[in-house]
Write a protein that binds this ligand. Structure first.
Ligand code: UTP
Length: 321
C-alpha cells in the first residue's frame, strides 16, 4: 500500500482514439458524507455494513469482477479504517483457524485477496473533480475507471465491463445513466443525449452525451437520464481537471472537467443502465439496499423475507414480535 501526496497536475496529451482497456480503478471516498450524519461523524459511509460486508467491499468486488486488479482509494481524514478492511488480520485469522471456523476465516481473508489496494490522501475536500485529480501520479496517461464509494450494482447485472469496452473503442469519456421519474430530476445530474447509429449496439443502450445539467427542475430537465457513479475516463482528464475552475458549491467538479474535454471534441458516450442499482449515500437508499440484499441471501434470505412480510402486514407501528 502507498500513501502518495497530492500531486501537481501536469499536461498530458492523452489519446482520443485508443485501444487500451482500463486496468485501474479509482474510488473517491474522501467526501464528508453530510447526508448520513451523525452516523458518518466517526465511521466512513463506505464502511457502513450491508448485511455483513461494508459497502466498499461490494464496490471493490464490482471492479475486480470486471477484471480490474489495481484499485486506488482516495481517502481523507478519519478514513484510514477503510484501508484496514483490505489488509490481513493474522491475530483474528489464527483464532478462527484454531476454532476450525473455515467459513469465517475465508470471509476475513477474502477482502485482502481481491485486488492490490493503494491509497492517496485528498488533503482538503475540494470536490469530486479534485479528488479524481489526486489519482494522476498513480494512473498516469492510461484510461481508468472511477467508482463512487456509495453506490454499486447487482453483481448478476454488471455494468462496468461494457463501459470498459466502450471506452477502449472510443478513447473518450464513458458515463452511465439510469432513468429517474421526471419529478426527481432535481436530485441528480441530468444528461442531454443524442442517439448513436447502432455502432455500439452489442454493448447495450449507448447514447452520445451532448450536455449535462446539475439538479435541474423537472420542467428544465433535458431528459430523465441521471448520472450514475461510474465513469471510464481517458488519462487526459487530469489535464482538464487542472484547468477546471471551482464550480457548483465552490468545488472542482468532475462534470465541468468532462465538459471541457467534450467542448474540445473528445467523444462522450454513456450506457443507459437498466439493471439494479444500490445507492447507499443516504439513509433511505441505504435501508432499501440492506433489505434487498438481505432478502436475496442464500443463508438468511428466507427467514428474513418471512419476518419482513409479517412485519409489513402487521398493523401496529412496532411491527411483528
Ligand atoms: P458526494 O456528492 O456524495 O459527497 O460525493 P459526500 O461528501 O460523499 O456526501 P454528502 O453529499 O455530503 O452526503 C461523491 C463522491 O465523491 C467523493 C465522495 O466520497 C463520494 O464518493 N468526494 C467528494 C471526494 O472524494 N472528495 C470530495 O472533495 C468530494
Amino acid at each position: 500500500m502507498s500513501d502518495q501526496p497530492e500531486t501537481e497536475v501536469t499536461v498530458h496529451a492523452g489519446a482520443t482514439t485508443g485501444s487500451t482497456r482500463a486496468v485501474k480503478a479509482v474510488i473517491p471516498a474522501a467526501g464528508l458524507a453530510t447526508r448520513f450524519l451523525p452516523a458518518t461523524k466517526a465511521v466512513p459511509k463506505e464502511l457502513l455494513p450491508v448485511v455483513d460486508r461494508p459497502v466498499l467491499q461490494y464496490i471493490v468486488e464490482e471492479a475486480t469482477a470486471a477484471g480490474i486488479r489495481d484499485v486506488l482509494l482516495i481517502t481523507g481524514r478519519g478514513k484510514t479504517s477503510m484501508v484496514d478492511h483490505f489488509d490481513r488480520r493474522p491475530d483474528l485469522e489464527a483464532r478462527l483457524e484454531e476454532k476450525g471456523d473455515d467459513a469465517r476465516l475465508a470471509a476475513v481473508r477474502g477482502p485482502s485477496e481481491l485486488a492490490d489496494i493503494f491509497t492517496c490522501r485528498q488533503h482538503e475536500q475540494l470536490g469530486l473533480g479534485h479528488a479524481v485529480g489526486c489519482a494522476q501520479s498513480h494512473v498516469g496517461d492510461e484510461p481508468f475507471a472511477v467508482l463512487l464509494g456509495d453506490e454499486f450494482v447487482k453483481p448478476s447485472e454488471p455494468l462496468l465491463p461494457a463501459m470498459l469496452e466502450l471506452q477502449a473503442r472510443t478513447g473518450g469519456v464513458v458515463l452511465a445513466f439510469f432513468e429517474v421519474p421526471p419529478a426527481e430530476t432535481k436530485r441528480y445530474g441530468i444528461a442531454s443525449v443524442a442517439p448513436t447509429d447502432g455502432e455500439f449496439a452489442d454493448l447495450g443502450d449507448v447514447v452520445e452525451v451532448t450536455g449535462l445539467v446539475e439538479k435541474p427542475a423537472p420542467e428544465e430537465a433535458p431528459s430523465n437520464l441521471a448520472v450514475l457513479g461510474r465513469y471510464v475516463l481517458p488519462g487526459r482528464i487530469f489535464e482538464a481537471i487542472g484547468r477546471t475552475e471551482p464550480g457548483a458549491g465552490g468545488e472542482i467538479q468532475l462534470t465541468d472537467a468532462m465538459e471541457l474535454l467534450r467542448a474540445e471534441g473528445v467523444p462522450v458516450h454513456a450506457i443507459v443502465y437498466r439493471g439494479t442499482r444500490y445507492d447507499t449515500g443516504m439513509p433511505l437508499g441505504y435501508l432499501q439496499t440492506v433489505v434487498q440484499i438481505a432478502a436475496e441471501r442464500d443463508d438468511l434470505g428466507a427467514e428474513f423475507r418471512a419476518w419482513l412480510a409479517e412485519f409489513v402486514a402487521s398493523d401496529s407501528p412496532g411491527g411483528a414480535q
